[in-house]
Design a protein around this ligand. Structure first.
Ligand code: XBP
Ligand code: MG
Length: 255
């Protein structure tokens, strides 16, 4: 039985990577008079490193290899702290909206008494800000938020999903994860979770083997989603009935 949906945040709830985190990093670079600017494509390549600070450190090892690692780490940490402030300002200014179908599905899941949880690599403050400025009611609907500091390792490590499952007190077979990336899918699957993937421009083309289904968005009745791999979407959009059906089939396959 499907008792809880566990949502990823960046790239799944909203296109926060392209329109939020990337722009916030660029603002932090400009403010520090650094000659760095990440365009949409370059940021997509950097996304293979999970975690904003880790991503920045990886980039800096390439562009400023001459400075000692300890100084590089300190600079990355300071820049990342400023980046988070810029990110929060962008979210407050409404720079990012929820992806199609997200608000609809969150409302439906809450109304039908299914639990909602979040498993993300970004900070709790960033998750709060995003929901507060897009669908504030959802903050009280979410039973558990697992964020950056709640797991020692970032996705694709399953730690954050294991943390959320422990807090929910549920078995992975009672839940379904919704992710946008191959790293997120690997994390969820390693925690034993049946997983739906909703791709975006950054993750399209990644390896989603093992996903329950892959769609190009959750869709809306007037803006249909498309199936890309795995189980086919029956109607125009992903709703709770569709998720229950995919989930039941995946559990039956496991038996
Ligand atoms: C995606 C991430 C995050 C963001 C940046 O997280 O890897 O690190 O890119 O956020 P998700 P921070 O699991 O939600 O897809 O700078 O706060 O790390
Ligand atoms: Mg993601």
């Amino acid at each position: 039985m499907l008792l809880a949906l566990i949502f990823d945040v960046d790239g799944t709830l909203a296109d926060t990577e392209r329109d939020g985190h990337r722009i916030a990093f660029n603002r932090a670079f400009a403010e520090a008079a650094l000659p760095w600017h990440w365009n949409v494509e370059q940021y997509g390549e950097l996304l293979h490193v999970a975690g904003g600070q880790e991503r920045l450190l990886h980039f800096m090892r390439g562009v400023v290899p001459e400075i000692p690692e300890s100084r590089r780490t300190a600079l990355a940490s300071a820049l990342h702290a400023r980046k988070t402030e810029h990110y929060l300002s962008l979210i407050e200014a409404g720079a990012v909206s929820l992806r199609p179908g997200i608000a609809r599905l969150l409302r439906e899941v809450h109304a039908q008494g299914c639990l909602l949880a979040i498993a993300t690599t970004t900070t709790r403050a960033n998750v709060h800000a995003l929901l507060e400025h897009t669908l504030p009611q959802a903050l009280s609907w979410v039973a558990v938020i697992g964020a950056a500091d709640d797991a020692a390792l970032k996705k694709p490590d399953p730690g954050i999903y294991r943390f959320v499952l422990a807090r929910l007190g549920l078995h992975p077979a009672e839940c379904l994860a919704i992710e946008d990336s191959a790293a997120g899918l690997r994390a969820a699957m390693a925690a034993g979770l049946p997983t739906l993937v909703t791709v975006n421009d950054y993750s399209r083309g990644q390896d989603f083997s093992g996903a329950l289904a892959v769609v190009n968005s959750l869709g809306e009745p007037e803006a249909p989603a498309q199936s890309m791999a795995g189980a086919m979407l029956k109607g125009s959009h992903v709703d709770l009935a569709q998720l229950r059906e995919w989930h039941a089939a995946s559990i039956a396959n496991m038996l």
